[in-house]
Design a protein around this ligand. Structure first.
Ligand code: GAR
Length: 190
């Protein structure tokens, strides 16, 4: 059986990256090949150093105005590209080169709380402000509009009056750690 290759994109802390890398460490047929980041000082780079994973930084020009990132990703021959806390819109050249092979995780129950500018704590603050009684995660395919691709998997958690945006974020992260690697595994094995 050929080894399946995952390429990750991340912009921030990278706790999902670390969780995914650890999950597939014991898996001989699935491997995380590299992590691409658009933030030179992102904490995810420290995590990659610690985990012995290649971290590759790129700027906006390489991503949007050239085929530079596209060619680097293509060279790695990924079976799946996974956005794990990545905050830039994916350009058409990548979407066209990897049809149905790019997935994203969003920290809410889409179509609620999605779209441009809705990421990280902003999402959890909006959930709190709107007195939602539940929130969750959405794992979906990526198309050229923010958070609009076909939904692959959702999972829910309750929100109580006592919850703060921070405690909501914590609950959502726990769901992400539990579900995201399993969904990736199913897609690669399916
Ligand atoms: C995650 O909660 C992820 O769902 C969210 O960013 C966080 C990254 O956390 N993604 C978005 O908001 C995308 N719109 P991490 O860096 O600790 O994995």
């Amino acid at each position: 059986m050929n080894t399946k290759r995952i390429v990750l994109f991340a912009s921030g802390s990278g706790s999902n990256v670390e969780n995914i890398v650890n999950y597939f460490n014991d898996e001989t047929h699935i491997t995380v090949t590299a992590v691409f980041t658009n933030k030179r000082d992102a904490k995810v780079i420290d995590r990659c150093n610690r985990l012995n994973i290649s971290a590759l930084f790129f700027n906006k020009h390489a991503f949007i105005n050239s085929d530079c990132v596209l060619e680097m990703v293509k060279a790695l021959k990924p079976d799946l590209i996974v956005l794990a806390g990545f905050l830039w819109k994916i350009p058409e050249n990548l979407i066209n080169a990897f049809p149905n092979s790019i997935i994203n995780i969003h920290p809410a129950l889409l179509p609620k709380y999605g779209g441009k500018g809705m990421y990280g704590m902003r999402v959890h603050q909006a959930v709190k402000d709107n007195h939602e009684i539940e929130t969750g995660i959405t794992i979906h395919y990526v198309n050229s509009n923010y958070d609009e691709g076909a939904i692959i998997h959702q999972a829910k958690t309750i929100v109580t009056k006592e919850d703060s945006p921070e405690s909501i974020a914590e609950k959502v992260h726990q769901l992400e750690y539990e579900h995201f690697p399993k969904v990736i595994e199913q897609l690669l094995k399916g």
